[in-house]
Design a protein around this ligand. Structure first.
Ligand SMILES: Cc1ncc(COP(=O)(O)O)c(C=O)c1O
Length: 408
């Protein structure tokens, strides 16, 4: 079976998926077989520069040697205990992650959506136990165009009809306000508010960057209102924007920070809620958990990720190469690009709709050896591994210019 799979062509493998895989994705027609650093290779041996990096789950590139080494070492010692027992890797992971984010306590989970779900539960419990909101009345304020994951509760407060339609009934208790609008947020917050939950930069919405001062404003407002500020840094965090966290650009410390994606080093799913002691301290044994959360393999890889970030090298690279990315995109404005938003090594690029949809541009880039992903309409998202080299980035931007120059 495995050897047969190895000899099948890309077209055959894509065809073989069709009848047996749920159609909840529409991947680009490329079948990746191996990868290293910023490069992936398909089953026919064609190479592509990965300018998506697993939606930021591969911030350190594919198979970073320090991360695979940590994983291999742990695979040979201990992989899973469940939290029924202690394991010898979890304490160090939690200590170092808390120190990296400037917060006190860590709740380890697996996927991003689980971290968000956990934060919703913790915020509600905090509202009842600490703030004194009457039972069952806690509200959470979120932003329009958010993306926090795919569970039933999370899509309950999505404004994307494709993500919601057909999945109700939904979880109550959420108020949606326009993103980047402090006045609207202020109007929505009241004595029932447990938390304000936002992405410091909205990734899926097209790398939507709020005005300077918005995050500091949210911090100020939530402090004044006596509710929690929860920052979903699952896509924006861990070096992507040129700082450890996107909120660091405004020197803001939220009450809860949600991490995922790159925390697993592109190897295993690792997510976490990191928070002030007063907040995560509301959880007691039996009230929340996960069989796999905090497993020794995840903790070993997560610790190695934190270790990479402690050096500051990746944040520095993202900031420096972010200038190359911004300059390159600036030079394409009016030449197929109608506008873009970027911070660090992360950009949402609006291409001229006359030249094609984001999907069509992504397919043209793929044929030229560059992998990206569209978000909505004619917007594509660029998020290369933070290990990408300046020349590779410049080449990819040159390729973007070329495919836009070719038109439809
Ligand atoms: C900001 C944000 N939060 C949460 C999630 C959900 O993460 P996961 O797909 O690991 O559940 C994502 C995924 O794209 C995200 O971008």
């Amino acid at each position: 079976m495995t050897s047969a799979a190895r000899t099948r062509s890309s077209a055959e493998l894509i065809g073989a998926e069709e009848p047996v895989l749920a159609h909840n994705y529409h991947p680009l027609p490329v079948v990746v077989a191996r990868a290293r650093g910023a490069w992936v290779e398909d089953v026919e041996g064609r190479r592509y520069l990965d300018m998506l990096a697993g939606y930021s789950a591969l911030n350190f590139g594919h198979r970073h040697p320090a991360l695979t080494e940590a994983a291999h070492r742990q695979l040979d010692r201990l992989t899973l205990t469940s939290r029924a027992f202690h394991n010898d890797r979890l304490a160090e992971f939690a200590e170092r992650l808390a120190a990296l984010t400037g917060l006190d306590m860590v709740l380890p989970m697996n996927t991003g959506a689980e971290a968000v779900e956990s934060a919703v539960k913790v915020a509600r419990k905090w509202a009842y136990d600490v703030k004194g909101v009457p039972a069952g009345e806690a509200t959470i304020v979120v932003a329009s165009d958010n993306f926090h994951g795919r569970t039933t509760t999370i899509v309950s407060f999505s404004t994307d009809e494709t993500a919601r339609a057909g999945f109700g009934p939904f979880t109550p208790g959420f108020r949606i306000v326009p993103y980047n609008d402090l006045a609207a947020l202020e109007a929505a917050v009241d004595e029932t508010t447990a938390a304000v939950l936002i992405e410091p930069i909205q990734g899926e919405a097209g790398v939507n960057i709020p005005d300077d001062g918005y995050l500091a404003g949210v911090r100020e407002l939530t402090r004044r209102a006596g509710c929690l500020f929860v920052a979903d840094e699952i896509q924006s965090g861990l070096g992507r924007t040129g700082r450890t966290l996107a909120v660091d650009h405004e020197s803001v410390v939220p009450d809860m920070v949600l991490l995922g994606k790159a925390l697993g080093g592109g190897i295993v799913p690792v997510s976490a809620v990191v928070a002030r002691r007063e907040v995560l301290g509301v959880l007691h044994p039996g009230e929340h958990g996960s069989t796999f959360g905090g497993n020794p393999l995840a903790a070993a890889v997560g610790t190695a990720v934190v270790e990479l970030l402690e050096t500051g090298e990746f944040q520095r690279r993202a900031a420096e190469l972010g200038v190359v990315l911004r300059d390159g995109l600036e030079s394409l404005v009016g030449r197929g690009v109608v506008g873009f938003r970027s911070r660090g090594l992360w950009a949402g690029v609006d291409v001229d709709p006359a030249l094609g949809t984001g999907r069509e541009v992504s397919e043209r880039l793929m044929r030229e050896g560059v992998l990206v992903k569209d978000t909505h309409g004619s917007t594509i998202r660029l998020a290369p591994p933070l290990t990408v080299r300046g020349e590779e980035l410049q080449d990819a931007l040159g390729t973007l210019g070329k495919v836009l120059g070719q038109g439809g």
